[in-house]
Design a protein. Structure first.
Length: 467
């Protein structure tokens, strides 16, 4: 989006937490807070909402998508990575969805009213749904935020205890002529107060994400010149936030999302999204928001949902996590991530097996059905999702995607025994059925089967089976 004017940066962005108390107010006796707040003791997992795009836009879908994770790092898309709800008013599509657990324990979903990439489209509204459990979505409506001739990008909400209302922050161009973070207040997410400028440092900012009342301090992260920068305040009053800390980026980065670890007290993660349709997420870790400093995470440690863009994430309980898996199901396909090149995934290209950097199109080239081995049911064969008559098999030790001809030779070439990862036992390696001294590995990014003897060989032959 470098071609866009500076006053009109890419609106897609998101945040990781949208948090509030994990159970209804009546059950806790304490107020549920808002985006990025300290987690509830009952929360043990996370739900992510997002939309999808891919480099050639083959995955473009501007409905509400969901994924779940027990740790906030490895994600399972729900409903086969298809939308669970789609707007029916305004542009008919959404970007930048956000989930908040309200004080009564139910959820509200907010999203930008924009389908696709027509940045000239102006909407004074945001999409809104209600949900009791994220398994169904009711009360769809649009909520008007202002009368200005400008957008309402990337909304998120938080509870403001001083006002006794929810604040809704979003990006818009006000009278200053550049993007600022605006705020409206609402009690019901049906009507909202008049807009106010929430944060304006004097230059273009979008994609505000709040962590509320972290040891008495409120933190706001936002996109600043393709970096993720921070501000903080002892109150939630508009205009009270001042910049601090060190900005981070990985190329052109936006959509800051703050999330507190469920298992490590004081640990926070900051996620960012590249602005292009590639939609690659990057993550940083901090042992305390007050420091304003972040350390980049190894991409081995996290995997975003396939084709996900600019997410919102909400902590959920174990029962809610199980209920979402039951309602929407897990994918019938898998992706295989390289251990020593974790930005790359197993795919076929012109029917040759290789590992390539995510994201790519056709994205279905990197999706696999792991089925019982054709030659041995205790093994596994990798059947292509987009060429379902073809399997990954070795031929002269190189892997390629061929049509199953029904012969024993083909079955043997296309069968592998999945073992504990040679470089990391929590990952996986694949030993050839008919050449048991050889494993699937990459060499110059091309897949083949080879004997494994060195540490590098072991790393080349190790993959994460995920989504």
């Amino acid at each position: 989006m470098d071609a866009l004017p500076h006053a009109l940066p890419h609106p897609s962005r998101r945040r990781f937490l949208g948090m509030a108390a994990g159970v209804p107010l009546a059950a806790t006796g304490a107020p549920a807070l808002g985006a990025g707040t300290a987690r509830a003791a009952t929360d043990t997992a996370y739900a992510m909402c997002y939309f999808t795009e891919s480099p050639d836009m083959l995955a473009a879908d501007y409905g509400l998508h969901l994924a779940v994770s027990p740790d906030g790092l490895e994600w399972t898309p729900l409903n086969q990575n298809n939308p669970v709800a789609t707007p029916t008013a305004g542009s008919g599509g959404l970007r930048d969805p956000f989930v908040l657990r309200k004080r009564d324990g139910t959820f509200v979903v907010l999203a930008t009213d924009l389908k696709g990439t027509d940045w000239s489209y102006v909407s004074q509204y945001v999409h809104v749904w209600d949900s009791t459990d994220l398994r169904s979505f009711t009360g769809y409506r649009r909520m008007k935020l202002h009368d200005m001739n400008t957008h309402s990008w990337a909304p998120e909400a938080y509870w403001d205890p001083g006002r006794g209302q929810y604040g809704v922050i979003y990006s818009a161009v006000d009278g200053s002529g550049h993007n600022v973070i605006m705020v409206n207040y609402t009690s019901d997410f049906v009507t909202a107060s008049s807009p106010q400028v929430f944060f304006d440092p004097g230059y273009d900012v979008i994609d505000g994400d709040l962590a509320v009342d972290v040891n008495g301090v409120n933190y706001l992260y936002f996109k600043k010149n393709s970096t993720l920068a921070g501000a903080r305040s002892g109150s939630l009053e508009p205009g009270s936030f001042t910049e601090f800390g060190t900005a981070v980026s990985h190329g052109g980065t936006e959509a800051p999302t703050l999330v507190e670890s469920l298992t490590s007290s004081g640990t926070w993660y900051l996620w960012g999204d590249t602005w292009s349709p590639n939609g690659v997420f990057y993550a940083w870790r901090s042992t305390g928001l007050a420091s304003g400093t972040w350390t980049a995470l190894d991409q081995r440690t996290y995997t975003q949902p396939l084709n996900s863009k600019h997410c919102g994430i909400q902590p959920i309980t174990a029962a809610e996590y199980a209920g979402l898996l039951t309602r929407w199901g897990t994918p019938a396909w898998n992706r295989l991530k390289s251990y020593n090149y974790p930005a790359r995934y197993v795919r076929h290209s012109d029917f040759a097996g290789r590992i390539d950097a995510y994201a790519f199109d056709p994205y279905t080239d990197g999706m696999w059905h792991l089925v019982p081995g054709l030659a041995d049911g205790s093994g596994v064969s990798l059947r292509s999702v987009n060429y379902p008559t073809r399997y990954l098999r070795h031929y002269d030790y190189k892997l390629r995607l061929d049509v199953n001809d029904g012969t024993p030779a083909f079955a043997a070439d296309a069968t592998f025994h999945r073992t504990a990862g040679l470089a990391d036992a929590s990952w996986a390696s694949f030993r050839s059925y008919n050449h048991p001294d050889r494993y699937i590995r990459h060499s110059d990014f091309v897949l083949r089967i080879d004997p494994v003897s060195t540490t590098t060989d072991e790393q080349d032959a190790t993959f994460r089976v995920g989504y």
